[in-house]
Write a protein that binds this ligand. Sequence first.
Ligand code: SF4
Length: 220
Amino acid sequence: MRKKIKKPVAVKGKIAEIFFSIQGEGLHCGMPCWFVRFSGCDKNCSYCDTLYAKTGGSFMTSEKVIKRIEGNAPVVITGGEPTLQGEFLSELLAKLKGRMVFIETAGSKPLADADAFEHISFHAELPLSPDDRKFIRSISVRPFTLKIVVTHVTKFKDVLRAGRYLGRFDNSSIVLQPVSKGKKIDKAALRKALLFAGRLQRVYKEVRMLPQIHKLLDLK
Ligand code: SF4
């Protein structure tokens, strides 16, 4: 009797949402993009504005995700924390080949396909830990940004240390992002981020101070 050949089971990803908007953060602000928000996260960032993506979501195959993404706009993989679903992420990236893909990550796990991204945005709470530095080295194969969300507890000495570390990488940048409260930018954090940006610029040139513009525009 001939053995039945089993079909490989498609890997499914847990997805919180897929939507079209403009990039509202970082160096590519204003760029119209598709966003694929992965569900699940193992971090507890004090400034988290996507708590809904830490749990829940729907299981989808990469084919199903691709079907939802129309046209040829760039794709932003975000979360939640995308590196926690590494196998699915690799499969999705293979299907997105030829398209401009960005990722926003907190670096929970190594990013196996770092070189597949147009740009990598890494956000970490300061001070940078040895693991954060290791993650930075691993993503430095591509242009990347360290996003620092400035809150009332952010200390300039930690920002300065991060800047000095990133100074080793020609393809790095730092975005100081004042924390938002709901749809509003925290005014005290905005003033602090501006002050920090000016001081950091004396030792590290590729610094930007940018609030989340999608919130100002009342967009997703
Ligand atoms: S990594 Fe992202 S989703 Fe997770 S807690 Fe931090 S901000 Fe929230």
